[in-house]
Design a protein around this ligand. Structure first.
Ligand SMILES: Cc1cc2nc3c(=O)[nH]c(=O)nc-3n(C[C@H](O)[C@H](O)[C@H](O)COP(=O)(O)OP(=O)(O)OC[C@H]3O[C@@H](n4cnc5c(N)ncnc54)[C@H](O)[C@@H]3O)c2cc1C
Length: 393
């Protein structure tokens, strides 16, 4: 994106992309399950974390969703809206998106060299020397668009952060996987429910039980723990909170419309009916049985035979089950990287470095990570555009 707009803006300078990847755009090809979720209907700064939301907004509004749709339409990629608000190419093929970007780069006279791994970028007076095993190149301006560390086999292995550091930038105290599945102990009953998908609310709670962040969406039980949009969305908040305070915890509400008190009340009024009958229509039976067993209740026990403690234990597991998360699946399974170069270190109108004039940054190397649903690409398109235009200034 940065190269396309730089190529379109400059007529008298050459624009060269150096990419370490053997296969260009591998991350685009695997994105959105091979369909590439290009953007989202409603993009605003609240869908992002990392740098200040005000800074993120300033960049996003320079190239918004209608502009993204128009840009791709101009490249021959028509996008369709899905019910979830996500936008995909009508072809349902990520290849369409990648091919269109490569053609646009070609038309903008951009030279793409690959596999060209960049090991070092040095500033020498008013020029940069970019070097790798292939040799070296001199440039007046350099853009670091090396991505984060997720799915390192695609070429984005985090080396860009080391390059940014060598040129005087700081990076956030922490860099960690985001949009990543979370693991549970192997013998946890959730692992035995592998394949079950259900809408649920995930709550991040402080050690005192205060709700800090909440996501309600489809939730997937797997053999290793939990995945699905709700889990991916909350993962970066959980990982960060846990690093700050190991007592932070994640709870799940399997009945997003109900509170613990409401369920306790319903169980109290069961009479001869059973928890299985009461909740059988609202939850899959497999899950309901597992929750009852975890609360030491036989699911067909009539309500009037449940002790107060049993009733409370079940209501709590249904609406506020504490998840004993053991970790996350790491960068090989993460869709984004949290942390990176803070936006406070770039001029937001051009994305040029405040510390190293002539150096520009865009995309996931910046300390910006978005929710699932096309937000990370929208950040890449918008910040890439700002760089491309900014280079020509
Ligand atoms: C499995 C998966 C699915 C995803 N699906 C979606 C989705 O549907 N929608 C969405 O919005 N987001 C999605 N994302 C996130 C999205 O792909 C990224 O946020 C986005 O690609 C970031 O763009 P970028 O250009 O900053 O970095 P990248 O796309 O990672 O590109 C960085 C490029 O830099 C190159 N590079 C890195 N280091 C060097 C070096 N030292 N020398 C030379 N070249 C180097 C790499 O080879 C790579 O081509 C997904 C991510 C993953 C992993």
């Amino acid at each position: 994106m940065a190269a396309i707009w730089a190529g379109r803006s400059f007529t008298n300078r050459s624009v060269t992309v150096l990419d370490t990847a053997k296969k260009l755009g591998a991350k685009i090809l695997v994105s959105g399950g091979g369909r590439c979720n290009v953007t989202h209907d409603e993009v605003d700064e609240m869908a992002y974390a990392g740098s200040s939301r005000n800074a993120i907004r300033k960049v996003l509004r320079r190239f918004d969703v209608p502009e993204t749709i128009a840009f791709f339409r101009e490249l021959g990629v028509v996008l369709k809206h899905e019910e979830t608000g996500k936008l995909f190419p009508v072809t349902d093929s990520a290849r369409t998106v990648l091919n269109a970007l490569l053609s646009a780069a070609h038309e903008a006279q951009v030279t793409i060299r690959h596999p060209y791994r960049v090991e070092t970028v040095e500033k020498q007076d008013d020029k940069f020397v970019v070097a790798g095993p292939w040799g070296q190149l001199e440039a007046n301006k350099v853009v670091l668009a090396t991505g984060g560390q997720s799915l390192p086999k695609t070429g984005s292995d985090g080396h860009g952060v080391a390059i940014a550091r060598s040129l005087g930038h700081s990076v956030t105290r922490r860099i960690f996987p985001g949009l990543v599945p979370l693991t549970l102990p192997k013998d946890h009953f959730i692992c035995g429910l592998s394949g079950l998908t259900i809408p649920a609310t995930l709550d991040l709670r402080s050690p005192t039980g205060k709700k800090l962040v909440s996501f309600t969406d489809s939730t997937l039980c797997t053999h290793f723990g939990l995945s699905g949009p709700s889990v991916l969305d909350i993962s970066r908040y959980y990982i960060e909170a846990k690093l700050d305070d190991p007592e932070s915890r994640l709870t799940i509400n399997w009945l997003p419309d109900s509170t613990t008190e409401q369920i306790d009340h319903e169980l109290q009024n069961l009479g001869r009916s059973t928890p299985l009958k009461l909740l059988g229509k609202r939850l899959p039976e497999r899950l309901l049985r597992a929750l009852c067993i975890d609360a030491s209740i036989e699911p067909t026990t009539p309500g009037d035979q449940l002790s107060r403690e049993q009733r409370r234990a079940l209501a709590q597991r249904l609406t506020q089950l504490v998840l004993p998360i053991t970790g996350n699946r790491g960068y090989n399974y993460a869709e984004v990287t949290a942390g990176g170069v803070p936006l406070s270190e770039v001029h937001l109108d051009t994305m040029e470095s405040r510390l190293c004039p002539g150096l520009y940054l865009c995309g996931e190397i910046c300390d910006v990570d978005g929710r699932i649903g096309g937000f990370n690409f929208q950040w890449a398109w918008a910040s890439g555009y700002v760089v491309g235009i900014g280079l020509a200034r």
